[in-house]
Design a protein around this ligand. Structure first.
Ligand code: FEO
Length: 401
């Protein structure tokens, strides 16, 4: 499959309908993904990025149907991660010596992955190559999301090739944003940002401002995953700016795991207490052992506050809660408040541990957590209700930190 994107650009990537896990088992991809590779044909012919290794043979075979491979003047590797560079070894076996343009850091990552002595040509921000009627301009984008990441921009067609930025893990035959299901597209775009780009939010804002200051007209944004933004392409740029600035909606997310339902009952009473104080706020509950971790992370990203609960086991946390806390810590959420809760039988360390972990992860933890013995009785449930109500009221009053 290949299709025309613009006067000079053809999409030659791979839609991966089957993908359900990415980054090993770390990231769920309920709607598959695509690895977008773009062929630019002007006086010079350039390939921007490739596809993931398992599809290398198919990719090279399809590319041969589109063009005589020896006509490719050079390849751009915007990023060394294997979902975009995985077909480079197979391609370079066909056309050895073809220059690979990339950042200095990408030389390290590509050599690190493939150990190939390829014809690397390093580029930096502002470097420009004439292709005939069009020019390519390079913009380094370190830590969006790897040190080697880069964007490139095609004049004439006014296309920003943004690699992972502005992408989504979303397989669809409608490869343009105006054709795609808008809810699915939005949900995949925010999930992608929440789970991958959150820790780099400051850099996102800085890089967007830097690209905007170049005053380049943008007719399309062509990321390396998901759909191409051709209708109002800057909408996703504006969303990224919004998401990068301590984003929150009027939502509180409750995440818990429970051994014998005591912590679940606490979660439900806390939720009732929150709603009694604020009927407008969205309250969402997730058992972390039974829900998709990346979907929970997306809900946390959208929240102004979270409550995390765990029963105490062996003086510690239940494994699913400990696991999601590790992810939460790495993502460095900003501008969010939190509190802990949990049921216990005799020692009850989980709430103290969770409160410390939430503070360590950058959440404001304005109130002491709540723990209840065994299966909460009516008095304990009332305590949880009051705890939820007080927490919500203090958020509304801005008294929590
Ligand atoms: Fe960072 Fe899509 O690879």
């Amino acid at each position: 499959m290949a299709f025309k994107v613009s006067e000079h650009v053809t999409w030659v990537g791979k839609i991966d309908w089957e993908l359900r896990k990415f980054h090993g088992e770390e990231l769920s991809t309920h709607r598959g993904s695509s690895y977008n590779s773009y062929l630019i044909r002007d006086e010079k012919t350039v390939l921007v990025d490739t596809v993931w290794g398992p599809f290398a043979g198919e990719f090279v075979d399809n590319l041969k149907k589109e063009i005589d491979l020896t006509k490719i003047d050079f390849i751009i590797a915007n990023h060394g991660e294997t979902d975009h560079s995985g077909a480079l070894p197979a391609l370079l076996r066909e056309i050895p010596g073809t220059p690979v343009y990339c950042t200095a850091n990408a030389v390290k990552s590509l050599k690190g992955h493939y150990h190939g002595d390829w014809n690397f040509q390093t580029v930096k921000t502002g470097d420009r190559i004439n292709l005939g009627a069009t020019d390519l301009i390079f913009v380094e984008a370190p830590m969006l999301h790897w040190p080697d990441s880069m964007f490139c921009y095609l004049t004439g067609d006014n296309i920003l090739f943004s690699n992972d930025a502005f992408g989504q893990h979303y397989a669809t035959e409608y490869m343009f944003n105006d054709l795609a299901d808008q809810d699915e597209l939005y949900n995949e775009a925010i999930k992608y940002y929440s789970n991958i780009l959150t820790p780099f939010s400051k850099l996102v804002e800085k890089k967007i401002n830097e690209v905007v200051s170049l005053n380049l007209p943008v007719s399309m944004i062509c990321p390396s995953h998901g759909i191409i933004w051709r209708k109002d392409p800057l909408q996703i740029v504006n969303k990224y700016l919004e998401w990068a600035r301590g984003y929150q909606e009027n939502q509180i997310t409750i995440v818990y795991d429970t051994m014998w339902n005591g912590t679940r009952r606490m979660a439900e009473e806390i939720a009732r207490g929150i709603k009694s104080a604020d009927s407008e706020v969205a309250v969402k509950l997730f058992n972390s052992a039974r829900s998709d971790r990346n979907d929970i992370i997306t809900e946390i990203f959208k929240s102004k506050a979270i409550l995390v609960g765990s029963s105490t086991i062996n003086k510690g946390l239940l494994a699913s809660v400990a696991g999601i806390m590790e992810v939460i810590k790495g993502l460095s959420f900003k501008n969010k408040k939190a509190a802990a809760f949990g049921a216990y039988g005799w020692s009850g360390e989980s709430v103290k541990l969770l409160s410390a972990a939430l503070a360590d992860a950058g959440f404001a933890v304005p109130v002491e957590g709540i723990k209840e013995l065994w299966n909460p009785d009516s008095e304990a449930r009332e305590n949880c209700f009051t705890f939820g109500r007080t927490f919500a009221l203090s958020l509304a009053n801005g008294k929590t930190g």
